[in-house]
Design a protein around this ligand. Structure first.
Ligand code: SF4
Length: 456
């Protein structure tokens, strides 16, 4: 049996590197002003986190709580406004501060009322200085909260992309994933989103749900395709510690090979289904309609640009530090962290984070490029770091090549470019194993910090 066969394809979804479980309290609590002083602030991305949902889906380990008693959303927006003021103060008010993309995520941003969403946009625009109508603005929503009044506010304030968490169009599968919803309600929400005229609709779907077959999976995909979404995200189901599904799990924690095989089978079926219907694959999870406008948070250079995250659970990135607030998955702890956030008056310092050195920056660039279908442009890497990816990560890349997961370095004849670009790219099977490749590329230090993290 080869190493590739021994490794479960489903180790870890790498949406950010390092993961927040590698963050630790920063004893020196550096001021934001000092952290941002020497940074290039001309192409920042802005993220606002809303940690509230109507229900807690069984698979979800995001930083969010159920409901918001006693006007907690109002108090949360007050805190967000205080934090925005402190961060903007730290960035300075010169013309060199410019936001090129914005996103509201969570949680469920549309848990907020229409008036509260208006206020959220005001905070992004007036407090932070992001020109929402001029830049891509992506917002996440759930079917029940994608109401006409909220969508009208979001469209009017410049939302260019609305991402709807559907997960499955089959009611019994939605129940099995502990996300109870009726297909009729999902369809009505999709109709409202299309009526609102937001240019890009993304639909999230999940495969690997108990009871799901290839037939029902393709049925869900076809139901989504009826709406001609500009983007589709296909997520493998994960059962993560402390989530709702984990509490129902009875196995020993050994890799479940039959489940791995089911997820791989459904992944390939879903991928082929979309490729045959005019979608292009951007990454293991993301597919884009070939004629869709290219906009949204995925189009900016996430390898290099600075990120400002506002709200409890949001991350911020400078060249030398990734920072956030305390992190938890368990409900009780999340509620406590949100309460602490809401009571915070002084947001001028970074409290929890991970220091990035030159080596980690290289790893991050490698990971974030290689896990995209278009791969890593070797010239860009060399221009940024002064060495080639094979100089820095030869053995790791060699291993991927031996497994048949890396194409031979190929040359793109870019139509309008003077020079050709050599790219390192995953093969289709490599892309299918993105969630195994990513964690293998974590540094020993990040891996150790993640392993030492005490889940709460
Ligand atoms: S998956 Fe989305 S809607 Fe469900 S609990 Fe998590 S953040 Fe909330």
């Amino acid at each position: 049996m080869t190493t590739a066969q021994l490794t479960s394809p489903y180790q870890h979804y790498v949406y950010a590197y390092p993961h927040k479980t590698a963050y630790r309290e920063l004893p020196d609590r550096p001021t934001l002003r000092s952290l941002w002083a020497a940074e290039d602030k001309s192409a920042l991305s802005l993220y606002l986190h809303i940690p509230f949902c109507e229900v807690r889906c069984g698979f979800c380990n995001l930083f969010t709580r159920i409901g918001a008693p006693d006007d907690l959303t109002g108090a949360y927006l007050d805190a967000l406004e205080r934090q925005a003021g402190a961060v903007r103060e730290a960035l300075g008010h010169g013309e060199q501060v410019r936001f090129v993309t914005a996103a509201f995520g969570g949680g469920t941003p549309t848990f907020l009322t229409a008036a509260e969403l208006d206020r959220l946009c005001d905070i992004a625009e007036h407090r932070m200085g992001a020109d929402l109508r001029a830049i891509p603005l992506s917002v996440e929503a759930s079917p029940a909260t994608a109401t006409a009044d909220r969508l009208a506010v979001l469209a009017e304030r410049g939302t260019t992309r609305l991402s709807l968490g559907v997960q499955s169009f089959v009611d019994s599968e939605a129940r099995a994933a502990v996300r109870p919803q009726r297909r009729a309600d999902v369809e009505a929400a999709l109709a409202r989103i299309r009526d609102a005229g937001i240019p890009v609709l993304n639909i999230d779907l999940i495969y690997g749900i108990d009871g799901q077959t290839e037939q029902t999976w393709l049925r869900s995909l076809d139901a989504a395709l009826d709406w001609q979404p500009e983007e589709l995200y296909l997520y493998p189901l994960y059962v993560r510690p402390l989530t709702g599904l984990d509490r129902h799990r009875t196995d020993t924690g050994d890799p479940d090979q039959a489940w791995d095989a089911q997820r791989l089978r459904l992944y390939r079926a879903g991928r082929d289904h979309l490729l045959a219907r005019g979608y292009t694959q951007q990454s293991m999870r993301m597919f884009r309609r070939a004629d869709a406008p290219r906009q949204g948070a995925d189009d900016y250079a996430c390898q290099t640009d600075g990120m400002i995250g506002l709200g409890c659970g949001a991350r911020s990135y400078t060249t030398g530090l990734h920072y956030s607030f305390d992190y938890a998955v368990g409900m009780h702890e999340i509620r406590g962290i949100i309460d602490d956030y809401v009571a915070t008056v002084d947001f001028a310092r970074a409290e929890v984070g991970y220091r990035m050195d030159a080596h980690e920056a290289r790893r991050r660039h490698l990971l974030q490029s290689l896990l995209q279908a278009e791969g890593l442009a070797v010239d860009d890497y060399r221009a940024r770091f002064g060495s080639g990816p094979l100089d820095d990560f030869g053995p790791e890349l060699q291993l991927l090549a031996e497994r048949g997961w890396l194409t031979d370095a190929d040359v793109d004849a870019d139509a309008d470019a003077e020079s050709d670009t050599t790219r390192l790219r995953l093969t289709p099977e490599g892309l299918a194993h993105s969630d195994a490749i990513g964690p293998e590329l974590f540094s020993p230090a990040v891996r150790a910090a993640m392993a030492a993290y005490e889940r709460k």
